[in-house]
Design a protein around this ligand. Structure first.
Ligand SMILES: Nc1ncnc2c1ncn2[C@@H]1O[C@@H](CSCCNC[C@@H]2Cc3ccc([N+](=O)[O-])cc3CN2)[C@@H](O)[C@H]1O
Length: 284
């Protein structure tokens, strides 16, 4: 019996450590500053749309290509951990006629709602992003037409917690799940360790219909980032092999992995990212 108690105790200890790590991450996010975060990552040099080797144009090109391939189709695109950003759905909004944005924090959901409701007071002007994606799409319509479409197709901005086996409210999605998932820079920066990252992938996989696609962007080699002035948020550092292994282990088939290595002048002290990955994967 003692052996069994020791086993149960070890299992309990592991569960307790996991919960503690997740709670610690949630505590870090209580003072997340959307405006500062946008300033750090979504203005030049990282978002210099005139520079081919800037990070944001690379991300927008990956998303444009992935969403315009003919294996991607359906009704509902779900963005996991949207944060206060919109760039990640600028291509997808032309393929799906419903987009659901989600985030853990009300401050981020409010930031997104302000843009959707065109109520003014947004922390960042997304015009250059809209114009850039219109160019990628062959200027079939003006950026204002794209903005109008995006405001129409974003049907809601909902709470999410990727550490819960059921990350969203039960009635948030159709029974079959979303037709496609997109998630950018979220999982690795909300997970205390690699196991939690992989588990979170398994949780969001359940929100996706069978054969649906996951477009996943994330940071490589990142151990922290600034979520606001002086707010260092820990990140689980990933390499390409770990990303591929976690996708496989959590029930995805990898279709393509692309990697961007940060040039020196993109390392501006807001994090210690060495690279960015883009993965297009399919629910097995
Ligand atoms: N439990 C949770 N479930 C879901 N979402 C959650 C949860 N907890 C927090 N969140 C939510 O997830 C968060 C998403 S923002 C996370 C920032 N990721 C790291 C940052 C991003 C970035 C951007 C651009 C570039 N670059 O090179 O161009 C590099 C980097 C690397 N640094 C935040 O919205 C939070 O509110």
């Amino acid at each position: 019996p003692r052996g069994r108690d020791r086993e149960q105790n070890k299992c309990y200890q592991a569960a307790w450590e996991m919960e503690k790590g997740i709670a610690a991450m949630a505590a870090c996010y209580q003072t997340f500053d959307p405006a500062a975060y946008l300033q750090y990552n979504y203005t030049p040099p990282r978002a210099d749309l005139t520079r081919k080797d800037s990070i944001v144009p690379w991300k927008l090109a990956c998303l444009h290509r992935a969403f315009t391939e003919d294996d991607v189709s359906g009704e509902l695109l779900l963005d996991i951990g949207s944060g206060p950003t919109l760039y990640q759905v600028l291509s997808g909004c032309e393929v799906f006629n419903k987009v659901l944005m989600t985030d853990f924090l009300e401050v981020n959901r409010q930031e997104l709602r302000r843009w959707v409701q065109d109520a003014g007071g947004c922390s960042l002007d997304w015009t250059p992003y809209l114009q850039h994606v219109c160019k990628l799409e062959g200027r079939r319509y003006t950026w204002t037409e794209k903005a109008t479409r995006l405001r129409r197709v974003i049907v809601d901005v909902l709470p999410i917690d990727v550490h819960r086996p059921q990350p969203m409210a039960p009635d948030a999605l159709p029974a079959a799940g979303a037709d496609c998932l997109v998630s950018c820079f979220c999982l690795e920066s909300v997970s205390p360790d690699l196991a939690a990252f992989t588990r979170a992938l398994g949780h969001i996989r359940k929100l996706l219909k069978p054969d649906g696609h996951l477009m996943l962007i994330g940071a490589l080699g990142e151990s922290y980032y600034l979520g606001g002035p002086g707010l260092k948020i820990p990140v689980v550092p990933l390499n390409e092999a770990q990303v591929c292994a976690s996708l496989k282990e959590s029930g995805f088939t990898l279709i393509r992995l692309e990697v961007y290595n940060l040039p020196r002048d993109m390392r501006i002290g807001v994090d210690d990212v060495t690279g960015v990955f883009f993965a297009k994967a399919k629910k097995k």
